[in-house]
Design a protein around this ligand. Structure first.
Ligand code: PRT
Ligand code: ZN
Length: 286
């Protein structure tokens, strides 16, 4: 029982649901305990710790948890000794500079001798140093967006996703300091048993991620158009082609990348494909 992989995830907040879902998609269920500090996994040697996101890098550095799920924004701001192993594709946002909507911000030099409110003082200082700007950083712990309105700051640096918080506070986003998403981090000195467990877990994560980015496609094609249609389809190796009961027709199966999806579907139709079915893939192992 001691040889388990301990993972830290956010206790509640924006990363909680997606973190639990990712575990579930990897076949790892959480036992429903009343103890909300930690729980065991159903069918993988894993223990799940529920923590504040800000604390996760420290816990992973100290090997209290072997791995953790946390935003890149927190990883870089906390600057702890952990390794990023995988980007997880959720919790996407950007750390951005925002100023009053009527200000004329053209470049970082706008910030010279100004006051900047943020909960990310380390990342802001790095940005200022890189751009050779001298500004005063006010590190505050929350509600950064109200700082300009109450006269505490001339600019803010905060996380943005839809932009509506900035808009509602009369601010505009002018420059991105960091693009961020949830990542899997690990302790730098994992023993071989935990590393092996992590490798198994990562294998599952990658299969789930790959499946999410791909779709399974089935279509009917007249045999005289088969070559053209097949040439449009990448497939995992090459498309599967099966004869239909109706003479002169075939059924073609393949896998499409989400990014090329609409473009290829349009070209398939133009090439004579009919009855196109597109279905999600649950896991994809190459
Ligand atoms: O309690 P705990 O400390 O664990 O949680 P928290 O309140 O510090 O964090 P939480 O749950 O708000 O966010 C956790 C992580 O989600 C962050 O560290 C980011 O990696 C990621 N994330 C993604 C975001 C956002 N999008 C986001 N929009 N974190 C915060 N915001 C906030 C932002 O600070 C601002 O107040 O949402 C507001 C802006 O949103 P829009 O949509 O109005 O632009
Ligand atoms: Zn937090």
């Amino acid at each position: 029982m001691s040889e388990v992989l301990k993972i830290a995830i956010q206790k509640s907040g924006r990363l909680y649901d997606d973190s639990v879902k990712m575990l579930k998609d990897c076949g790892i269920g959480l036992k429903n305990g009343i103890n909300r500090l930690k729980t065991e996994a159903d069918n993988f040697p894993m223990e799940i710790y529920f923590l504040r996101d800000d604390d996760i890098p420290q816990y992973v550095e100290d090997a209290v948890a072997h791995i953790g799920i946390v935003g890149e924004n927190i990883v870089y701001e906390k600057n702890k000794q952990v390794n990023i192993v995988e980007q997880l594709g959720f919790g996407k946002c950007r750390l951005s500079i925002a100023v009053g909507k009527n200000e004329k911000y053209e470049r970082a030099s706008f910030l010279n001798n100004k006051r900047i409110a943020t909960t990310y003082p380390l990342l802001v200082q790095k940005f200022l140093d890189k751009n050779k700007v001298n500004a005063e950083i006010h590190a505050i712990s929350g509600s950064v967006e109200i700082a300009p309105g109450i006269g505490l700051a001339d600019a803010i640096v905060d996380l943005v996703s839809s932009g509506s918080t900035l808009f509602m506070n009369g601010l505009k986003e002018v420059e991105t300091v960091l693009e961020s998403q949830a990542v899997l981090v690990k302790n730098k000195n994992l023993d071989s048993i935990r590393q092996e467990l992590l490798d198994k877990f990562l294998f599952r994560i990658r299969a789930v991620k790959k499946a999410k980015n791909n779709k399974y496609i089935l279509l009917n094609a007249p045999n005289n158009k088969l070559n053209e249609i097949i040439s449009l389809l990448p497939g995992m190796k090459s498309p599967t082609v099966l004869p239909l009961a109706e003479p002169g027709w075939s059924s073609v199966h393949s896998v499409l990348d989400e990014n090329d999806f609409w473009d290829i579907i349009t070209r398939l139709k133009e090439a004579g494909a009919q009855g196109i079915l597109v279905v999600p893939i649950e896991k994809m192992i190459l």
